[in-house]
Design a protein around this ligand. Structure first.
Ligand code: ZN
Ligand code: CU
Length: 487
């Protein structure tokens, strides 16, 4: 008797996500999980996909997103699924949609707000909504320290009082108990810039008991990057938890080439504690519009502006000229607003991307009017530009940086590898054709070369479009995951 599957992928070139060399084979999926991998010619299935000439990889995990609201507002998750992404980590840079009820939260929280988005009094109610109305992708959530500050503090231009710190710690504990996989900070941003190292250590205290990780957009990514890294490592050591440095980069003309120094520091720290990092494959960054970035950037593009929506997509220099003011004076006139900053050196980008412990994360800003192209192009760009054209590393390594490594670093169980028993998150693509089409001029073009994307055994993307299926699950970590699974 031959085997029977729900879904059978035939004749693929399989790359398993653990950096093992590719091999030809078939993948049989049953009950949302990978049942068998091998030569399954005799098998039958409800649904078959012929993957002749295609790579089958674990679905990509976007290590760094701001998709907290996108999961609800565009559950098809088109910018992500069209790139082959099957899971997203939300709540980065200190910014999470919960727990906070606020009509108009301060920047940078407005990066994910449309007015009324911050409406969850606790983390459990946010996770319940994600679970009750699934999206096309899976999601694992971080709780943001900046969100906690806005929720707990009467003023943000100072360190937290002991009472406020205790309040934030209680909220962090609630989030982790509900299923958050870690806590993120964004001390680079004004609402968290006055938080002391001690405040962060106190708020993040519950991480260890829940098996969570500490994820950070550091205080500084230019001249004072080394002291920021040292602060980060210290926080991880004192908490006794793994550290993830977000979108690692070195910015500004004075700091060109300093990634050799920062990566050496990371390697050194890795000998005494668990540290890793994510990065996006571009030499330009993007966040809210800030005057202090003018000196660090050779060029700035406006991604959105509340008072001047007509300037979205325009260079800041040009907008300033139109307004008849300097670039510095234009920033407050355009704000609240967002920008893209050409502030990195390509050599640094490549060195960081290539580093062993570096995961790929888009840091895409899904609600920007003219977003940074990383939102739609990150994963295919690594394959097309860095892997195939520049030969920075082999395909097996690129896939590992988007799957196996990421699942391990975020504690996502039975994800990130093509292996029997694992959840069937699978991306099929053409290695010759794959590439990013999104550019700074046309930032919302979908990628080339993605054939099929399967989440928990269900196709969500086929023949260049969304299937409409929404099989995504909430991925919990540690104790909360076991409780949810009923063990
Ligand atoms: Zn950030
Ligand atoms: Cu971010």
């Amino acid at each position: 008797m031959s085997q029977h599957y729900d879904l059978l992928i035939r004749n693929a070139l399989i790359i398993d996500g653990a950096r093992r060399p590719r091999f030809a084979g078939d993948i049989g999926v049953r009950g949302g999980r990978i049942a068998d991998i091998g030569q399954l010619q005799q098998a039958r299935a409800e649904c078959e996909i012929d993957a002749q000439g295609k790579i089958a990889a674990p679905g990509f995990i976007d290590a760094h997103t701001h998709d907290d609201r996108l999961l609800g507002s565009d559950p098809a998750m088109t910018p992500k699924v069209s790139q082959g992404v099957t899971s997203v980590i939300t709540g980065n840079c200190g910014i999470s949609l919960a727990p906070l009820v606020a009509a108009s939260p301060p920047p940078p929280l407005d990066l994910i707000d449309d007015g009324g988005a911050f409406r969850f009094p606790d983390f459990a109610s946010f996770l319940e909504e994600l679970e009750g109305r699934p999206a096309a992708t899976n999601v694992a959530c971080l709780v943001g320290h900046t969100t906690l500050r806005v929720a707990a503090m009467s003023r943000l231009d100072r360190a937290a009082t002991p009472e406020e710190t205790a309040g934030m710690q209680a909220m962090a504990r609630e989030a982790l108990a509900a299923g958050a996989v870690g806590l993120s900070t964004g001390t680079y941003y004004p609402p968290a810039a006055h938080a002391t190292t001690e405040e962060i250590i106190a708020v993040a205290q519950p991480l260890k008991a829940y098996g969570g990780r500490y994820v950070t957009h550091m205080r500084n990514e230019d001249d004072r990057i080394v002291e920021s890294m040292e602060e980060t490592f210290r926080i991880g050591r004192e908490l006794g938890v793994p550290v993830i440095i977000s979108h690692h980069k070195v910015q500004g003309p004075r700091n060109r080439g300093r990634s050799s120094e920062t990566l050496a520091l990371l390697r050194q720290a890795g000998e005494r504690q668990s540290v890793c990092l994510d990065c996006y494959p571009y030499a330009a960054s993007s966040t809210i519009l800030r005057a202090d970035r003018i000196a660090l950037s050779s060029r700035i593009l406006i991604t959105w502006s509340k008072p001047h929506p007509e300037f979205a997509g325009m260079e800041l220099a040009k907008a300033a000229e139109r307004l008849g003011v300097s670039q510095e004076q234009a920033v407050p006139m355009l704000s609240p607003a967002g920008g893209i900053y050409f502030s990195m050196d390509e050599t640094d980008v490549q060195r960081i991307l290539k580093f062993d412990e570096t995961m790929v994360g888009s840091d895409g800003l899904p609600h920007d009017v003219k977003p940074h192209p990383r939102l739609w192009g990150t994963f295919p760009r690594v394959f097309g530009h860095y892997c195939r054209d520049l030969k920075l590393f082999p395909l097996e390594t690129a896939i590992y940086k988007m799957t196996g490594l990421t699942a391990r670093n975020f504690g996502l169980k039975q994800r990130g590898l093509l292996q029997p028993g694992y959840w069937a998150d699978i991306t099929l693509f053409d290695a010759e054709e794959i590439g990013d089409a999104a550019s700074f001029d046309a930032p919302t073009q979908k990628a080339r070369g993605i054939d099929s994307v399967i989440v928990n055994g269900v196709p969500v993307w086929r023949e260049g479009r969304s299937t409409g299926a929404r099989p995504g699950r909430l991925l919990r970590a540690g104790a909360a995951a076991e409780r949810a699974a009923g063990n």
